[in-house]
Design a protein around this ligand. Structure first.
Ligand SMILES: Nc1ncnc2c1ncn2[C@@H]1O[C@H](COP(=O)(O)OP(=O)(O)O)[C@@H](O)[C@H]1O
Ligand SMILES: [Mg+2]
Length: 373
């Protein structure tokens, strides 16, 4: 334990450091961003988005929160990538970094590149792109579906007005075309009688219907990437299954890539092509959906797998991984999962394990899979 005096000194240092970060942020914000700073090239032309060593930190009164700390993965064109992990692992912060919707200046992308292939043929680093580029990207190129539909829908406007407004913003359709296209979108997300729904207000719809409308809005401008952050978490179990069905159907109809964020491995099993497992701001395992489900390696992934409700028999108790995700302030030097892990070996007390390849598609960060030289 720190003495009162030491604690005060520490808080003072944190405050000083934060102020330095905020000053730097404000200074950079005023500068014009030259194209050469943010225009870049993809490492692989098959990708739509390349997240490369992303570090996103929050500079808080308690110290620096390393919410995302060195995350790298690609979203190939037309593919669905599942991002899984318990609450607090940095999934949402990863997606908010891509959209540049972090609470700035407390939250900042400290380092890393987010290379995104725009429709016009250019590739830009979203981490460095100026506001006007980001305003074009949001909605036109990337759209988001959040957990709670009421946070996206405006309670005072009709459903029709809200969808057609998105369309009007991104297309040059006439008034009648806007209405027709809105009907088409409502129909596409599986809601019957679009003419009636068009005139309704969000509160007149059920939670499942509202989430369908949010999905319609996300599709409205035909984005290249859809980020769905826990799209079914706020819904009843039966409705969850319907929304997942809808998303699976849409996935085959539209050309967009999907980044599907969830704490529920079951959700990604049927939709994702590849899976990224996050733990305390880092990737601890990644691979094809087959790799992760048929051959989970990291004790954390195995734990997540065991804690799925449909994995148990009638008399068994639901498994839950003991302990909690560690606080992202002052993380230890060893593996972050060590204190919760049931299969530790001596090496687990040494430095944080690197992500190693166990097959061309499958990677894991765990000492149990490091072969002795
Ligand atoms: N605005 C914020 N200020 C400080 N810490 C934050 C903020 N937003 C998120 N965090 C922290 O970042 C970590 C990752 O959060 P998040 O990405 O929301 O997790 P999840 O995987 O549940 O989506 C958490 O420890 C959270 O407390
Ligand atoms: Mg989240």
């Amino acid at each position: 334990m720190l003495s009162e005096q030491e604690r005060k000194k520490q808080l003072k240092e944190i405050k000083k450091e934060n102020q330095r970060r905020y000053r730097e942020y404000n200074k950079n914000k005023r500068k014009k961003v030259e194209r050469s700073i943010y225009e870049t090239k993809l490492k692989d032309e098959n990708n739509l988005l390349e997240i490369d060593n992303l570090h996103t930190y929050f500079y808080t009164d308690l110290g620096t929160v390393r919410a995302v700390d060195g995350v790298s993965f690609n979203i190939p064109k037309g593919k669905t990538i599942g991002v899984v992990g318990e609450s607090g692992c940095g999934k949402s912060v990863t997606s908010l970094s891509v959209m540049r919707l972090l609470q700035e200046p407390q939250g900042q992308i400290a380092s890393g590149e987010l290379r995104f292939a725009l429709r016009d043929g250019r590739t830009i680093n979203l981490a460095k792109a100026p506001i006007n580029e980001m305003e074009h990207v949001r909605g036109n190129e990337i759209s988001m579906i959040f957990q709670e539909p009421m946070t996206t829908l405006n309670p005072v406007f009709t459903i029709g007005k809200q969808i057609s407004e998105v369309l009007a913003l991104h297309t040059k359709l006439t008034k009648q075309e806007l209405i027709n296209k809105t009907y088409e979108l409502i129909d596409m997300v599986g809601i019957p009688n679009p003419e009636r729904i068009y005139r309704m207000y969000p509160h007149e719809l059920s939670g499942g219907m509202r989430q369908r409308i949010v999905i319609a809005m996300a599709l409205a401008c035909d984005p290249q990437l859809i980020i769905a952050d826990e799209p079914t978490t706020a819904l009843d179990v039966t409705i969850q299954a319907q929304i997942l069905d809808l998303m699976r159907n849409l996935k085959d109809k539209i050309a967009a890539s999907i980044m599907l964020i969830t704490h529920d491995l079951g959700v990604v099993a049927e939709m994702a092509d590849e899976v990224v497992v996050m733990y305390a701001g880092r990737i601890i395992e990644q691979g094809t959906t087959m790799d992760i489900f048929k051959n989970p390696l990291h004790p954390y992934t195995i734990g997540l797998m065991k804690s799925r409700p449909n994995m148990i028999g009638p008399d068994e108790k639901l498994y839950s991984i003991p302990g909690n995700v560690p606080s992202p302030v002052n993380l230890p030097d060893h593996c972050y999962f060590k204190n919760r892990c049931e299969s530790c070996i001596a090496k687990c007390s040494s430095k944080y394990p690197e992500l190693i390849s166990v097959s061309p598609t499958h990677k894991v960060a765990c000492y149990r899979y490091v072969k002795e030289a």
